[in-house]
Design a protein around this ligand. Structure first.
Ligand code: DGY
Length: 318
């Protein structure tokens, strides 16, 4: 019997065609607990999508469901233990976005330290009247010390750019040491407090978990240097956002480049948006045409493997 797959939000046409050639497809563009999504899920063998969530009321009815293929590296929106208990295989797309997210991190570093957005606005607003003075000066990136918190695939790609492109010194903090980063980048592992005290840029690439939630709070910002910049391209909730806002308002740190927030989309009334030393992006770390395509392709291949009885390349369940 043909297996059924729910496609949540759009997939590129050619990838959708691959799925249509194998499975019966239902396309949906919103999650609900008792509407068309829940009804489709009740019949589904698999589901694929980015930004997908699975309320337990939906899972309770989805008795045939065998696999969830998320079009993302992060999977904090899922209760992995619960999916595993239900015998549902969860896969993700961690390899497809590495280089693009690393580019985004460098963009955030350059935009905050060199005041890219602010100075571009200055020109657009007609404020550029002659040669610039100290009010337009900014901070160097090259030659500075970068601390990466969460040294994985993306951290290594950021470190490569920083070390080889900008001559930066790389420090990192991780649960375990990362021999490849130490060898390729001469990166030095530091306890978190030492990294915060020592670095000119602190770049957070942590996934969200019970262990990492609010890992950066008042205490951590107080340890950073006043001229240092805080960059977050991992997950917003690893930061206590109120503490970050206070640290920025009090001049405890020099600025922040943020692609992720405690609540997304960021409320337009957020004090972060009133601070010129903050660069806020709408969670676009991996959002280029090519990388979003590659992520979708990776998820499609994970889904097909799982439904055809092979282990997907990127499986989340332990
Ligand atoms: C990811 O893949 O986890 C990115 O944050 C996009 O959601």
């Amino acid at each position: 019997m043909t297996q059924r797959v729910v496609v949540y939000k759009n997939l590129p046409e050619d990838l959708l065609a691959q799925l249509k050639a194998r499975f019966e497809i239902t396309e949906v563009d919103s999650v609900d607990s008792d509407g068309p999504f829940a009804a489709a899920m009740a019949q589904a063998d698999g589901v694929i999508g980015g930004g997908l969530s699975l309320p337990s009321a939906v899972l309770d009815r989805a008795s045939k469901l065998r696999t969830v293929a998320t079009v993302s590296a992060g999977f904090d929106q899922f209760d992995v233990a619960d999916l595993t208990r239900r015998g549902i295989l969860l896969s993700n797309t961690p390899a497809a976005l590495t280089e693009t997210v690393a580019d985004t991190v460098l963009m955030l570093m350059l935009m905050t330290a060199r005041r890219g957005a602010e100075l571009a606005e200055y020109v657009k607003a007609g404020q550029w009247q002659g040669s610039v003075g100290p009010d337009c000066y900014s901070s160097d990136v090259h030659g500075k010390t970068l601390g990466i918190v969460g040294m994985g695939r993306i951290g290594l790609a950021v470190g490569r750019r920083a070390k080889h492109g900008f001559g930066m010194n790389v420090r990192y903090h991780n649960r375990s040491q990362h021999p490849a980063a130490e060898e390729a980048l001469q990166a030095k592992w530091l306890p978190l407090d030492d990294l915060l005290r020592e670095c000119d840029f602190v770049c957070v690439l942590l996934p969200l978990s019970a262990e990492t939630e609010k890992r950066f709070s008042m205490r951590e910002f107080a340890l950073m240097q006043k001229h240092a910049f805080f960059i977050n391209a991992g997950r917003g909730r690893v930061v206590d956002e109120a503490a970050l806002i206070a640290a920025l308002q009090n001049g405890q740190i020099a600025g922040a480049g943020l692609d992720v927030f405690e609540n997304e989309p960021l409320d337009v009334a957020s004090p972060l948006l009133k601070l010129p030393q903050v660069v806020a992006l709408p969670h676009v770390g991996s959002a280029t045409h090519q990388t979003r395509y590659d992520m979708a392709a990776s998820a499609v291949s994970n889904l097909i493997d799982a439904l055809e009885g092979r282990l997907p390349e990127f499986m989340v369940n332990p």
